[in-house]
Design a binder for this molecule. Structure first.
Ligand SMILES: CC(C)(COP(=O)(O)OP(=O)(O)OC[C@H]1O[C@@H](n2cnc3c(N)ncnc32)[C@H](O)[C@@H]1OP(=O)(O)O)[C@@H](O)C(=O)NCCC(=O)NCCS
Length: 203
């Protein structure tokens, strides 16, 4: 019996997030058999060094541990992101991190960068966070050397609030400067009204 077989039954159905569909993407709960597709994507140093909690190198066991623990409590919601044909391209989630309000996080495999996937999925994730989870505000962050991530947040209406030092596990715990952002529910609703790109599809 594998680690996954032992732990997976403990994932409660009520903690399983819904499936969110966008024009090109599907956001769904991580599955135990996602591990082999996950490893080469999140195992790329260019991805890991921009995330605070992801180890590098990233092993199959790391993936299995993550998948086994995903969505086991109601606080932290994790999705994998796939194309409509099922190809896994990245992941995202929302939950408590370091600030007063829950935070969104996301990553995409390098071969899938630059196609607007992060922005498209973030909009669906934020819509879920405000509408289904009832949050009043969301936080977000990006290393100051990560303009693409900053743009994702700005594309979604986030406002810059300051700079912190963020420890990065893939850098051996070294702290690096990171911008912080915030999005209030009212601002999000106004932003959705005026933004024609990546319309929210609640199918
Ligand atoms: C950051 C990341 C999620 C972006 O994913 P993506 O799917 O390529 O993002 P998008 O295609 O939606 O592009 C987002 C914006 O960044 C811009 N962008 C991309 N690369 C850029 C760069 N090097 N400099 C400036 N802007 C850049 C895009 O033009 C786009 O802006 P626009 O919508 O105004 O045209 C992806 O690079 C990634 O996974 N990086 C590693 C993990 C990570 O950084 N996660 C976020 C942690 S805070």
């Amino acid at each position: 019996m594998t680690l996954l077989d032992r732990i997976a039954p403990a994932i409660l159905p009520e903690n399983r997030p819904p499936v969110l569909k966008t024009e090109r993407l599907v956001l769904r709960a991580p599955r135990l058999d996602d591990a082999p597709a996950l490893v080469p994507l999140i195992g790329d140093r260019r991805v890991a060094e921009n995330l605070s909690r992801v180890p590098h190198p990233y092993s199959l066991k790391d993936a299995e541990t993550f998948l086994a623990s995903a969505n086991r409590n109601d606080e932290q919601v994790s999705f994998v992101v796939t194309l409509h044909d099922g190809t896994l391209v990245g992941g995202c989630g929302v939950g408590p991190f370091m600030g007063e309000h829950p935070e969104i996080g996301y990553w995409y495999g390098v071969p899938h960068w630059g196609r607007g996937y992060a922005t498209e999925a973030a909009r669906a994730l934020i819509d879920y966070a405000f509408n289904d989870r009832g949050y009043e505000a969301l936080e977000g962050g990006a290393r100051v050397t990560n303009p693409a991530s900053r743009r994702v947040l700005e594309n979604c209406g986030y406002v810059w609030t300051g700079v912190i030092l963020l420890p990065v596990r893939a850098l051996g715990g070294v702290s690096v400067p990171a911008d912080r952002f915030r999005l209030d529910r009212e601002r999000w609703l106004a932003h959705v009204e005026t933004s024609a790109r990546y319309p929210i599809n609640r199918s």
